[in-house]
Design a protein around this ligand. Structure first.
Ligand code: NZQ
Ligand code: ZN
Length: 391
């Protein structure tokens, strides 16, 4: 196990009706004027936004609103939020929605106190200050409710890039599984896929003897394998929703990533797909992961064989561990398809002729040096082959 530091100071309020305490938590974490940030309207239709506003009113906390965050959130609305936040003297951002809303909120939180362009943070500049962010989560997926990450797409060039720091971990996150019951099945499944991807990206490590995190990840993957089909079969299954919601947080606040190197190549390869086609991130990952895993399998075949046996119930073939490894990857892909995820480019809505463009932006866009690295380093040729495997 490698040396690490871990600081994850988010306060979690979990369970039915917990959103009614939003105002109380804003006050507790120092907010006196709030920017409520939300998406394309699901929180308006469900009545959640009104309940959150009533909670702020109840605590006498003034607020302004900015809706309209799109999935795969864009830089344009972030600039708008920064301006609004400055003009209104905002000192707290309350995200009401999914990962896209939370990520946009984090970007605004970094941008308000910063003199330069907020995009600098998405090009590697260190974050030194950010306004506090709280969240009321409506979809179990990205894990942004507990993570120190934000992913934004810059409209000029459609670069989808991430920024990260403990400073942008939410001060509090309200997780009421009931709020996820209005999700369309496709979004539920895309969220489950993203959660599983966050676990796989950490499982694929070059660090040795990290048994504790291996076992945590396996437990969470087994949970997802059990609960995702239950929630697809019955969207109102509260207990299954609850397990998935907490799994999504634990999968990505880095509890499962400490003391080990991590991968994240599948995410980098997928981010070009959701940037170009505006597909759901989880759906893109369902197509990306099996191709990446098959391509890099030989780097450490036992790692893939181990997850195949421990999570997917495959029989270990000691003479041919690559057979077991491949069986596990196929089991993952079949599972994702069984909950409604796409299998290939066509089902995702991606086009083979775009591969050179995808590879170019992936390997060279926005300052990258010709390759991406994680579990293995992948150059342009590797990335081209991986995208071709998805066709
Ligand atoms: O915009 P509204 O109307 O709210 O609709 C949303 C959106 O269309 C809808 N939705 C959310 N909750 C709902 C609901 N519809 C009905 N009922 C509800 N309760 O679902 C759609 C997707 O929402 P979105 O926020 O985009 O989903 P998700 O949480 O999957 O976030 C995806 C974004 O997070 C990034 C992804 O790249 C993508 O941009 N990620 C962020 C990470 C992080 N910050 O740590 C890590 C992840 O790996 C990921 O990259
Ligand atoms: Zn993800």
């Amino acid at each position: 196990m490698e040396n690490f530091t871990f600081y994850s100071p988010t306060f979690f309020a979990f369970g039915k009706g917990s959103e009614s305490d939003a105002g109380k938590y804003v006050k507790r974490f120092g907010g006196s004027k709030v920017l409520i940030h939300y998406g394309g309207g699901s929180v308006v239709r469900s009545g959640l936004l009104d309940r959150v506003k009533a909670s702020l009113d109840g605590e006498g906390i003034p607020y302004v609103e900015l809706g309209g965050v799109k999935p795969n959130p864009r830089s344009g609305l972030v600039y708008e939020g920064i301006k609004l936040g400055r003009d209104e003297g905002i000192d707290f951002i309350l995200a009401v929605g999914g990962g896209s809303v939370i990520d946009s909120s984090k970007a605004i939180a970094m941008g308000i106190p910063y003199d330069g362009d907020f995009w600098d943070f998405y090009q590697g500049k260190q974050i030194t200050e950010a306004l506090p962010v709280g969240t009321v989560l409506t979809i179990a997926a990205a894990g942004s409710e507990g993570s120190g990450d934000s992913v934004i797409t810059k409209e000029e060039g459609m670069f989808k890039r991430g920024a990260g720091s403990d400073l942008i971990r939410p001060k509090f996150s309200i997780l009421n599984p009931e709020l996820t019951q209005t999700l369309p099945p496709f979004q539920t499944a895309a969220g489950a896929t993203d959660i599983m991807a966050h676990l796989y990206e950490r499982y694929l490590t070059n660090s040795t003897d990290v048994e504790v995190t291996d076992r945590l990840i396996e437990a969470l993957l087994l949970t997802m394998k059990h609960e995702a089909p239950r929630v697809i079969a019955d969207p109102n299954n509260y207990e299954a929703r609850a397990n998935i919601m907490w799994a999504g947080m634990v999968a990505h606040n880095n509890t499962c990533g400490v003391g080990r190197s991590q991968d994240w190549n599948s995410h980098a390869i997928e981010h070009e797909l959701s940037a170009l086609y505006d597909c759901a991130h989880g759906a893109g990952l369902a197509v990306t992961m099996p191709a990446v895993f098959k391509y890099v399998m030989k780097h450490n075949v036992m790692r893939f064989a181990q997850v195949a046996v421990r999570v997917w119930g495959c029989q270990m073939d000691f003479e041919h561990p690559e057979v077991t490894a491949l069986e596990g990857i196929n089991a993952l892909q079949n599972f994702l398809c069984s909950i409604g995820m796409p299998r290939n480019f066509k089902e995702l809505g991606a086009k083979e002729e775009d591969i050179p463009k995808l590879v170019d932006v992936l390997c060279h866009g926005d300052g990258r040096g010709g390759s991406i690295s994680g579990f293995v380093t992948l150059n342009e040729e590797d990335c081209t082959k991986i995208y071709q495997m998805m066709v």
